[in-house]
Structures are given as C-alpha cells and as structure tokens.
Design a protein around this ligand. Structure first.
Ligand code: SAM
Length: 413
C-alpha cells in the first residue's frame, strides 16, 4: 500500500497505520463521526477541548497529567541536576523500558510526509467560535447533585419522515428524567435533546446514565449475559492541576475500588482499559490494589504519544515529570483462556503504541484499535465509565456524559 493510499484510507477512517513501527496515528473526529447519521463533529470545536480554556471544555495539557505546557515550561528556570529518589528511579526505569518503542514510533511518523502535510489542515477545517459563556459542564455536575435533580427532564426529539415523497421530517417528542435514569436511543438515527434552553445531539443507538458514583450500581445488568465485553475507565484521578483549574471534580483513589467492574463484565469475559497518569504512586496503587480488587489479569500497556500539528512531540521525551505520553493499562476480567482457544479472538500480549494529535483518545478509538482482542460475542457490548461524551453502540456513565454533546460542537452533515 503506497503512502497516498494510506492517506486516502486515513481521510475516510481516521486511522493511519505506520507500517514501519506498527504504531497507529488516529484522528478522533473522523472516527467519532461514524456515530452520527445527520450530524458531524466540527473539528475546530472538538480540538478546542485540547487548546481552549477549561470553561470551554478545553483540556489544556495540564488537565489530565498535571504537566505544564511547553511554553510555560520554557519560562521556568531549569532545575540543577540532582540524584533521583527511589520513586523517581522506578519511574525512570519504566520510562527507559518504553523509550525505544516511543522513539521508533515517532521516527516512523516523521517519515510519513503525506500525513504530516495533511495535519495542520485537519484541525483548521470549519473554524467555529464556541459559546464559552454557557459554562455547561459545571451545570450538569452541580445540577445532578442538587435538590432539583429529580425534577430535571430532557425533551427528546426523534425525526420521522412525514410522508413517502417528503424530504422533510417531523419531530416526535417525548420527555424523560435526565438524572439517575437510563436514557436509550433505540432508533438507528440521531436524536436531539432539549434541556434548559440547550440543545444536545444524541448519536443513534447510544445509551447513557448520568449519576454520581454513589448510584453507579444502577448500571449492573440483570444477568451476566447482558454484561459488557469492553469496559473503558477514565477516572477523575486526583492531581494538583485538575483541582486548581476545577475542570472536573476528582476523587481519592480508594473510591475506585468500589466500582462494580466485575459485575459489569460479560460472562464470556471482558477487556478492561484504564487510563492512568505517569505518577509512580498511582501505578503502584493500580497494580497492587485496584486490579486485584477488580479481578483484572494479564495486563499490558499501550502508549499514547502526543504530537503537535507539525509532528513534533509536545515536549522533551526524557523530562522526568513532563512526559509527552500517557498510558492505557489493558487487561482481562473473567476470561477463561481455554474456552477462547481456537476462536477468532486474539490474546493481548505485547506492548503497543499509538500516536495521536494532541487530544485524548476517546473510547471509540480504543475499540477500533483493540477490536481483535475483545472477547465474547460480536458486536461487542461496550461501556465507558466516567464518560463525557456519547458514542453510538456504547453505554456511557458519569456525572456529565452529555458534556460534549452540546449542539455547539456539531453541524449538519
Ligand atoms: N473520559 C472522559 C473524556 O473522554 O472526556 C474524561 C473523564 S474525566 C478524566 C473524569 C470524569 O469523572 C469527569 O467528567 C468528572 O466530572 C467525573 N466525575 C468526578 N467525580 C465523579 C463522581 N463522584 N461520580 C461520577 N462521575 C464523576
């Protein structure tokens, strides 16, 4: 396959395979747009999550990782070299293990000239100024925990054809409680939601539950055959910067021990994907306490290397507290290796690496990348815990899964 064929495939699917290193470059907007029939995500609005203010839903680089932006880093005086303490030595050893993989993936990206030429155009498409005053994200979290929550209702509008020869549709309306109640879009068409003068776009065949962690057990299916084969968890880990910016509320680690991950898993097994920051203490907690409590076994690491529009890394690869990559820990729950032997299912053994433009990888990207490693019947049943957006075919749970479904992020197809 020639380079330009690969670029054509990328324009259609959002996935560019860097053959030399085995890494993949991903465009979340292209991948997510497959969730919608009548609407599409506006790239500039979507990418503003990375570059905008936190009120705009923007995740300045610091939000997830606690890492300062490269510009801010430059202003800081460089600290004098000093001896690493024990925790730092462990983090450094982990980094050195991943380093050759990261470097080889980055090298292969820099060789993909057609992709590099395409990237700057990709985010500038259809520039849109967002309604930053709405401060929506805060409203959902606050409203959901207030005395008003049980009285909040969303009006759902389902488009139906008004007649055989008519292009025009009519809107069939129905109302449903917004918080603490599962909302499913069964139709094979996008629906629109209205709540307190805001419009939301809901992808076809999505399902969501907007509650606090206290009510998370409401997600547990009646029997294990209705459980999930892919469980993606993106917890609100505590870290200084998230608290400072009040981008979203965070929770102490011990709270995650009570997530009913085992009860959510399908009887034929599930692939669990957990976002984790580079803090060594967090790795220790996950590997020694959280995964044993959740029953996660045989886990491996995926790396997400973050690059700028020109393909360069967002920061120096070797800076101890400012790594330009994040990790996904991927493991299995309830997997009986004997029963899956001989099936098409592939057991995940190696470390892998994905490269993405400087925006986080969303759950649908994870599914595309890991589809051959998901056990159980197809199509896989998928759930995201602590979601902030909806995906067709997925169940999304958190205290603000509608946050990035605001109509301001979309245009008509
Ligand atoms: N996966 C998300 C995305 O792709 O945008 C990011 C999730 S963010 C790391 C963590 C989410 O957990 C935030 O939306 C935050 O509001 C939510 N959260 C924090 N405390 C919560 C709680 N007690 N119950 C439910 N969700 C909570």
């Amino acid at each position: 396959i020639s380079e330009s064929d690969e670029l054509r495939a990328f324009e259609a699917t959002g996935i560019y395979r860097l053959a030399e290193s085995g890494a993949t470059f991903l465009d979340p907007v292209r991948i997510l747009n497959a969730s919608y029939r009548r609407f599409r995500l506006v790239p500039s609005a979507y990418y503003s999550r990375s570059f905008g203010t936190s009120r705009q839903g923007g995740e300045a680089e610091t939000e997830r990782t606690g890492e300062a932006s490269p510009e801010r880093k430059k202003r800081k005086r460089q600290p004098k070299p000093r001896e690493l303490n024990e925790v730092e030595r462990m983090a450094e050893a982990r980094h050195q293990e991943a380093r050759p993989l990261l470097l080889s993936a980055h090298k292969s990206l820099l060789k993909a000239k057609d992709l590099l030429e395409f990237l700057p155009r990709m985010i500038k498409e259809d520039v849109r100024v967002l309604d930053v005053e709405s401060n929506l994200e805060k409203n959902l979290v606050e409203l959901g925990s207030s005395w008003r929550a049980p009285f909040c209702e969303m009006t759902l509008c389902f488009q139906k054809s008004s007649g055989e020869n008519s292009e025009e549709g009519i809107c069939l309306k129905t109302s449903t409680p917004l918080f603490n109640s599962t909302i499913s879009i069964e139709e094979n068409d996008d629906a629109e939601g209205e709540f307190q003068d805001r419009h939301y776009i809901l992808p076809r065949r999505c399902c969501f539950l907007m509650t606090d962690l206290k009510h998370v057990r409401g997600l547990i299916p009646d029997n294990y055959n209705q459980g999930y084969n892919l469980i993606v968890v993106d917890p609100p880990w505590e870290n200084g910067c998230v608290r400072q910016k009040v981008a979203y509320p965070t929770l102490p680690n011990r709270h995650f021990l009570y997530l009913p991950v085992q009860e959510l898993a399908h009887s034929t097994g599930a692939l669990l994907v957990l976002w984790i920051t580079n803090r060594e203490k967090l790795w220790k907690f996950v590997e020694e306490e959280l995964f044993p409590a959740w029953g996660v076994k045989d886990h491996t690491v995926f790396y997400w290397l973050k690059v700028k529009p020109d393909g360069s890394l967002i920061g120096n690869l070797d800076l101890l507290h400012h790594r330009p990559y994040e990790c996904l820990l991927v493991g299995y729950i309830n997997l009986d290796k004997e029963t899956v032997r001989g099936s098409k299912f592939k057991f995940l053994e190696e470390r892998r690496l994905e490269i993405s433009y400087m925006i986080k990888i969303n759950p649908q990207l994870v599914k595309e990348l890991l589809s051959e490693y998901i056990p159980g019947p197809k199509p896989a049943r998928c759930i995201e815990l602590f979601a902030r957006e909806l995906v067709s075919g997925w169940t999304s749970w958190g205290n603000e899964p509608l946050r990035f479904q605001d109509a301001m992020y979309f245009s008509n197809k």
